[in-house]
Design a protein around this ligand. Sequence first.
Ligand code: PLP
Length: 377
Amino acid sequence: MAPGSVYLDYNATTPIRPEAREALLRALAAPANPSSVHAAGRAARDLVETARAQVAALVGVPSGSVTFVSGGTEANALAIESAKVAGFERIIVGATDHDAVIETAKASGLPVETWPVDANGVAHMAWLEAALKAPGRALVCLMLANNETGVLQPVAEASALVRAADGWLHVDAVQAAGKIAIDFSALGADTMALSAHKLGGPQGVGALVAGTRATLSRRQHGGGQERGRRAGTENVAGIAAFGAAVEAASRDLPLMAPQAQWRDALAERVKAEGAVVLGEGAERLPQTLCFAGMGFGSEIQVMTLDLAGVMVSAGSACSSGKVKASRVVDAMGRSDLAPYALRVSGGWASTEDDWNRCGDAWIAAWKRIGARRREVA
Ligand code: PLP
């Protein structure tokens, strides 16, 4: 990252925490196949099992509930495929859930119903109650925190309904983990997806947490790694770093409170300029802000801020790097704002100055755009 630049795109990926980097490099320094029975193999096994205990502690489950996978996308896929194999007949998906869930649900071949959200992006509980009365055991997928707006979903409330209907509740907690405290049992989840690179670990490693009601199927065939659920030599260094990041993130949870203050200060500044904050009426992650300035296209905003040394994200960016109108904002009934949504997301290394500089850069750009619009008129 260029010196002096501001990185406020933690929901895309976080800078790696020093503890995670150290764990990664330490693990890479030794030959490490956890299936080998010699001393080096046993040391590698220790790294994996220590990390498993660290990840389990993050969400309050026994270590055996954690299966390591390649990231949040694969964790979601393992849950959805497992529910299908277990005989679930239909899938209900939150309208603002991530594509990793929505597209995997569609690809499963099972009927998929979209669970609508209100104007704040919160899932309608009455809709779920009615939907669960229809025939067919349902896998219900609801994210814990939204990647674009930070809006938290009423997962525990949904769980009561899903359990009463003998369903399976899958929770994508990729964005919530490391930012708010998570208690797997209190949420009543059956499975939960986690990803290392959203909480200060490296990319390409994540976990699926499964409770006692969920039976996971075999995703990859071959060796017996991860209790036969996912064959293939473990990503030992990545897993060790994931564990170290999780421990540091849990320790640092209280440091998220100032992020909320700095985020809210930025929100007030952009609102004073006429921007609309999305999901403001709902409980949200402490470090995420999504707002839209009417007429100021997301892609132009991202590029203008980038030129000013401030890295943020459009509401939604696809893998090609192209910016498209935010599907999440659309689902909240604000299709008028969807092409203009901007996401600012901080984290463990963000400072008040970062948030202030983002505000300065956005307001300067907004004023320039406004002046140009006035010239044209
Ligand atoms: N779920 C959510 C809510 C996300 O924000 C993301 C990544 O942006 C994913 C899943 C996918 O995670 P990964 O990049 O680890 O595959």
